[in-house]
Write a protein of this length. Structure first.
Length: 337
């Protein structure tokens, strides 16, 4: 029964995972796998120390098996395989307008509250989504990032036959590209890392490296001047914010996925001239988890290929160090059970 605890910049220690008996409406899980996310890397680097109390069990990309039910829980049974939507909504307020996933009292489980990178984890039953019987639990740990991509593509209103450009080919950028392709869109990925580009090409995504090619010219060439109907900014970089307005066509959409840590210069004239729309996206809603599980269950996402490595929880510190040293990797999972 182990837990991966963040103990300060670049230190993830192994502690005890204490089995907390589930209260009313709660469920205790035996965690199988927990993916390492960009957010976990931010925590690891000490960038979120104001928000994370020490020591904190981190992790929010979890697959698990239900092992104990609190009073009144009827939505799952002991033994069910589940993924966790790690959001605690708190008290509902009217001005959230029903969007509690970005609402006033939202707490993110795994940042604001203890996370799932541990053997035993107690969470509200409403956070659980059942996995199909045949789905490997390792794939189940990818439901959370896949739900991010489903949410972003849904709010970007991507339709079949459209052209999308994804700026930034990390795990989320790749998943957005893959989900947009499932929707019938043509996808061009802009990514500076050659091996990630190569990987994307193997998955059937057209790639362009902005360090070697002019992305605007390349997209123009690929689309006979039509440019993109929808652009996803996933890089979080100043060049990404600069180029994003050069890519959409008339009434095109820009979907802001990345967390930009500071204000960026953006060419606002483009919004006026071509009636471009900017759409902010964050996290996911219940329906996004359902759709992600459906797509994954139908085999529409190349999940095995997205998993770079599965490491035992004892190796969590070494795995974080490895991710830092290897920008080519896609998704690393920690085996918690
Ligand atoms: Zn994440």
């Amino acid at each position: 029964m182990k837990a991966a605890n963040y103990r300060g910049a670049k230190q993830i220690g192994i502690g005890e995972s204490v089995a907390i008996p589930p209260g009313p409406g709660e469920v205790r899980l035996s965690v199988a796998y927990c993916g390492i996310c960009g957010t976990d890397m931010h925590i690891y680097h000490g960038h979120m120390d104001q928000r994370v109390s020490l020591p904190q069990t981190i992790g929010h990309e979890v697959s698990a098996v239900v092992s104990e039910l609190g009073d009144g829980v009827e939505t799952v049974q002991v033994g069910d395989k589940v993924a966790v939507r790690p959001l605690m909504f708190g008290e509902a307020v009217s001005f959230d307008k029903g969007h509690a996933h970005v609402g006033k009292n939202l707490k993110f489980i795994g940042i604001d509250l203890p996370g799932g990178m541990q053997s035993s984890w107690t969470v509200p039953a409403y956070t659980l989504h059942k996995l199909p019987e045949g789905m490997p639990l390792s794939h189940g740990a990818l439901v959370e990032p896949a739900a991010v991509a489903v949410h972003d593509v849904r709010l970007g209103k991507v339709r079949a036959g459209e052209t999308c450009v994804v700026i930034g080919g990390g795990p989320i950028g790749l998943l957005i590209a893959l989900v947009a392709k499932v929707k019938g869109a043509r996808v061009v990925l802009s990514e500076v890392n050659e091996s990630r580009l190569e990987f994307a090409t193997k998955l059937g995504i057209e790639g362009v490296n902005p360090m070697r090619q002019n992305v605007v010219e390349k997209v123009s060439e690929l689309t006979d001047g039509a440019m993109a109907d929808c652009v996803f900014e996933v890089s979080g970089s100043a060049p990404g914010a600069e180029i994003m307005t050069e890519l959409p066509n008339v009434r095109g959409r820009i979907v802001m996925v990345a967390i930009h840590p500071e204000p960026r210069p953006v060419n606002l004239f483009k919004f006026f001239w071509s009636e471009i729309q900017l759409i902010g996206v964050r996290l996911y809603e219940e329906c996004d988890f359902d759709e992600a599980i459906e797509l994954m269950g139908e085999g529409k996402l190349p999940l095995d290929q997205l998993i770079t490595e599965i490491a035992p929880i004892e190796a969590v510190q070494a795995t974080f160090e490895k991710i830092d040293a290897n920008p080519d990797g896609i998704k690393y999972l920690i085996q918690c059970g």
